[in-house]
Design a protein around this ligand. Structure first.
Ligand code: BGC
Length: 767
């Protein structure tokens, strides 16, 4: 197809054509303009498969789409802690998009998992912005290297489904910048993403589709984004305001006279034409690039893609608990129990729903395997199956329960496949509870009573409540592992593969422990993010709260030891890079992979900061007895927090602890570094500023020195009774603390300096 010149074409467009270009021509395509040689480009949902609709389009997964491969959803993939894997998923999706002539894949979804009960959690990566950003950037690079544009969504702070199209997420600037924006920033700066989808909701009262601060000031001016900004499907409220804010393309095609409104606004002088031109330019660039890249090495092998999907699921599943029943011995008699063993739970519902011809269940896989490989090893062994419960029901079916208990009693190990039914993980509605249906809880308990070797395999895209956890031997979480999740589960259960996933989110003991609990899902469409930056482990660690499973947790069939942490410097300026090295060894008997995690902890911060924050991770594979060195590089951002006083990232000088761990609560190594900041925060001093405030600036510290010298000079005579009385007769340390808390004017009150001198000091301080 002929490639057009953006500026040339733009110069020839009528006002009406420009308005048309800023909206799709139907549910999935950009507008074509034949006379100018502008073709139409198709966009499709992702993110965990290709949802290409050929017939009627919809954004809720209602109408059919082409039959294809469903890969693990983001919450599963994130648990791999493996950027390479995320890149591979992007690449295989890119191949399919090329073959299917799709120019943009609507994903990945990179909103933060603020609450465990957000209905779309399965589509999001993590409660941690760094992990989300890294995994997303790798996915984007993989996809875009194949010539297909990625489109990160939903920008920004779209963290729940309740009132998703009309609600407002209310939060401080620090919270927005530290928690809800960094993944988008990394997608732009590290992934070079070509599409950003604005969210339905408002942030601090302004709809994202009309939010200039987000769409222009932050996205384009601050981060340097040059791609396309598209609405979430139907997110436009006021189209003209949207254009002014930096929203380029409205999807799906505009039906309610919005194009006419654009034309009128330009004609009446309400909208400068150059603003419209910029949006058109962005759409045209996207179309031109999509056409230019079309057909690039197009080849897609569906069988090979299925094989990749199994591997992605295997490398992402998390072994939560293992008291010894795993891996299973295929020579033993085993019962597979639970409807999900037969009908595997592998994806969520809504716009990400992928049409799969034949998802492979664990039961099917194990039977097939038994007849082939295992038959030779264990001719007498067999897997029996009992359904145990009806997935979409809460009530126990007594007959199914009795049959399952019998099966568990008569075998040597019971493997129960349990978790969230599909109706609970659905775009458009949040869950009310973290619990799995009661009939499953009861089944697990009854079976654990008769079978000490009870293993639970969990399916679901978010943390679940596990009231029976102490009663069962082992728990393997498959999350929503794609259409071959059953096969991946069998590989892991029988030890043909070694679990190596780590939790990308904390599993709290109960929903009420979650920091958003009192403010989720908000009232009358207003959601106050009062927990601020203390989301996920940032909160549980600060509160020293017991959790069911901490962020970063995941077991293996082998063991790893950590040693030899080395920092290349013990003192750095905040603009230096710090290199951190350590060694990790496989001390067990089986090949395994370990996700090594690096956390940074500000030891002496004057502002509230989390106990630790993830700032690096690396997945390595080790043969038994093998050791590898892991190297991390930390830049300024690893030590910084968002300081509203300077509307930017700020590093406070002081000591920081570098921690290396197997999880956020299993820190194996640590070392300290002194970080020196070049900048000083502006402080505006008053007579009521505390003496301690003096320590924040160089001039303040100088004046503090002068004042304490004056105080010390008076001491020998024991002179000032008033000062002594005010400071009490406590220990020197207590007296010092008390002095630091006093207002500056207290130096006058207690006669250390006079009024005039204080005025002079105030002038010097605020110069
Ligand atoms: C969802 C988006 C999706 C779009 C198109 C919306 O309802 O929020 O994630 O890409 O529909 O299906």
């Amino acid at each position: 197809m002929a490639i057009f010149e953006v500026e040339e074409v733009l110069a020839q467009m009528t006002l009406e054509e420009k308005a048309q270009m800023c909206s799709g021509c139907d549910f999935w395509h950009t507008q074509d303009i034949e006379r100018l040689g502008i073709p139409s480009v198709m966009m499709c949902d992702g993110p965990n498969g290709l949802r290409k609709q050929l017939g009627e389009g919809d954004h809720l997964g209602i109408h059919e789409s082409i039959e294809t491969v469903c890969y693990p959803t983001a919450s599963c993939l994130a648990s791999s802690f493996d950027e390479e894997l995320a890149g591979e998923l992007g690449a295989v999706l890119g191949d399919e998009c090329q073959v299917e002539q799709v120019g943009m894949l609507l994903g990945p979804g990179i909103n933060m998992k603020r609450s465990p009960v957000c209905g779309r959690n399965f589509e999001y990566f993590s409660e941690d912005p760094y992990l989300t950003g890294k995994m997303a950037a790798a996915y984007i690079r993989g996809l875009q290297d194949k010539g297909i544009a990625a489109c990160v969504k939903h920008f920004a702070a779209n963290n729940q489904e309740t009132r998703r199209t009309s609600g407002s997420s209310q939060m401080s600037q620090r919270t927005l910048h530290e928690i809800y924006l960094p993944a988008f920033e990394m997608a732009v700066k590290e992934g070079h993403v070509r599409g950003v989808m604005c969210a339905y909701n408002a942030v601090n009262g302004t709809f994202c589709a009309e939010n200039k601060t987000l769409l222009t000031d932050i996205l384009r001016s601050e981060w340097g984004y040059e791609g396309l900004v598209v609405t979430d499907w139907g997110a436009v409220k006021n189209r003209v305001k949207g254009l002014e804010a930096g929203l380029d393309l409205e999807m799906p095609g505009s039906r309610q006279g919005k194009q006419e409104k654009i034309v009128e606004a330009v004609k009446s002088g309400g909208l400068p034409e150059k603003v419209l031109d910029q949006a058109v330019r962005n759409v045209l660039k996207f179309v031109r690039d999509a056409i230019r890249e079309q057909g690039k090495d197009a080849a897609f092998d569906r069988e090979a893609a299925h094989e990749k999907s199994v591997r992605f699921a295997r490398e992402s599943a998390v072994l939560l608990k293992n008291a010894g029943a795993l891996p299973l011995d295929p020579r033993k008699k085993i019962a597979f129990i639970g409807e999900f063993a037969e009908n595997v739970r592998y994806q969520g519902a809504g716009s990400s729903h992928i049409h799969v011809k034949h998802p492979m269940s664990a039961l099917e896989c194990v039977n097939y395997r038994t007849m082939t490989e295992w038959e030779r090893e264990a001719p007498e062994a067999g897997i029996c199956y009992a359904r145990g419960y009806c997935a979409e029901e809460e009530e126990t079916d007594e007959e199914l329960l009795a049959e399952a208990v019998r099966a568990a009693r008569e075998t040597e190990t019971a493997v129960i496949f349990a978790g969230l039914p599909e109706s609970r993980e659905i775009e458009g509605s949040d869950r009310e509870t973290m619990a799995i249906p009661e009939n499953q809880n009861r089944l697990i308990r009854e079976i654990a009573k008769v079978q000490p070797h009870t293993v639970v395999v969990l399916h679901g895209g978010a943390p679940m409540e596990l009231p029976w956890l102490p009663e069962v031997d082992s728990v393997l979480c498959m999350y929503l592992g794609g259409d071959r999740a059953g096969e991946a589960a069998c590989d892991l259960l029988f030890g043909r593969a070694n679990p190596c996933g780590k939790l990308a989110e904390t599993w709290p003991a109960k929903l009420e422990d979650n920091p958003s609990w009192l403010n989720f899902p908000g009232e009358d469409g207003v959601v106050k993010y009062q927990e601020e930056i203390f989301v996920g482990y940032r909160y549980y660690d600060k509160k020293k709260m017991d959790v069911c499973f901490p962020f970063g947790h995941g077991l293996s069939y082998t063991d790893f030891s950590y040693s030899d942490i080395v920092l290349d410097k013990d003192r750095i300026s905040c603009d230096d890079l710090l290199t951190v090295r350590c060694r990790v060894s496989n001390t067990g008997k089986m090949y395994g992979k370990e996700a090594v995690q690096l956390y940074v902890s500000d030891m002496e911060s004057s502002v509230r900061r989390p106990v630790r924050e993830l700032k690096g991770f690396c997945k390595i594979g080790l043969q038994p007895g093998e050791t590898k060195e892991v190297v991390f590089s930390l830049d300024k951002r690893a030590f910084a927090y968002y300081e509203e006083k300077v509307t930017g990232w700020y590093v406070e000088s002081g000591r920081f602890r570098i921690e290396i761990g197997a999880s956020s609560r299993d820190i194996r190594l640590s070392e300290e570094v002194q970080v020196e900041s070049a900048e000083e925060l502006p402080v505006s001093y008053t007579r009521l500023s505390a003496v301690a405030e003096l320590m924040k600036t160089a001039i303040g510290r100088e004046i503090f020195g002068e004042l304490t010298a004056r105080l010390a000079a008076r001491k020998p005579e024991g002179a000032n009774q008033e000062t002594d009385a005010a400071m009490g007769s406590g220990s020197a340390k207590a007296r010092q603390t008390m002095m630091m808390e006093m207002p500056l004017e207290a130096f006058v009150t207690y006669g250390v300096i006079g009024e005039k001198e204080l005025d002079g000091l105030m002038e010097r301080l605020n110069l």
